[in-house]
Design a protein around this ligand. Sequence first.
Ligand SMILES: [Zn+2]
Length: 364
Amino acid sequence: MADPMTPAQWREALRAEGAPFTELEGWTSRGRDQATGKVFGPVNGVLNHHTAGRDSLALIAYWGQGAAVPAPLAHALLPKDGRLVLIADGRANHAGLAAKNSFDAIVAEKPIPRPSKASGTVDGNDRLYGLEVENLGNGTDAYSCAQYDTWVRFNAALCRHHDWGAGSCAGHLETSVEGKPDPRGPVEGYGRRGRFTFTMGQLRADVNERLAHAPSWNPPTAEETDMPDYLNLGLARGYRLAPGSWDDVEFTTEWTDEADGHPAGSANFVTGPAGFTGSLALRLERLPVGEVVQVRMTEYDAAGTLKHNHPPHEVIGTRGGTYSHVPLTKRIGPGRVMRVRVLNQAGEDVEVASAVLTAWVWAG
Ligand SMILES: [Zn+2]
């Protein structure tokens, strides 16, 4: 139970949550409190609706649905462009009668049962904020990505202000004793999720995810996670490799490191959790014909302890300098880094004249 937000609190909560909005003139004094003699609040939750129409601002703010259901019909409207319009901060005609069993579950933030008229009814307009989300409600009209993103932010902003969990967010279909079906329909996408069917359960999960982060948080997008980062490292100059022991290749030239997995001057080239695919182009000098240099990837933990050796790749000496492309494709877990190591099995020093690592890296 809580006092309804003041206009200043509305603005502050929505701005902090990154929910874009405009204000309809007169919204700070619009409401049904005077006309009904009933005061809006204390508030217990947010009720979500679809408009079942297009361009519904005038209808929701001014016209209402005839004498029986005067405007305002919501506190805010969320059009397809994802920019909220604040309509009223007083009592709004959106909820009608809420089944008491559903309403009690919202207050307690428990799973909401099917609304039962037999359990009694509560005037939802006294106790619930109302959001109308623009959608035809025909089951095929889709909520846009921008619209759904703001939808989650709106619910999270109100919950965060009142110190509620997402259990305080409900859909009209969860409270209505008249069989209202809203909100429903497909959603074009959210974060890294593609098209999906709207459910209140999913909306609440997305609101809870927001509430677990700072209000400035943005859900990671498919673009950020699906596009691999480019990595291109090399040696500033060649070096001598003595026989007999494994040696880290320390990449001293960093042309590109979009993944930030290669600290300057380090042998680490990828930091987990990550997947990568690429190759190491090696040029060796003075490796006798038929002699072998082994190349392998080795995983270390953050403290530099060797954790896992991957199978070695053999580079066999050929006349006139030895060239080899070593494939590098692996996935490493969190807390691990990957290095490339070489072992000179010849009886004499060889020169690692050039080593160029090129890879695509993606997080996770
Ligand atoms: Zn509704």
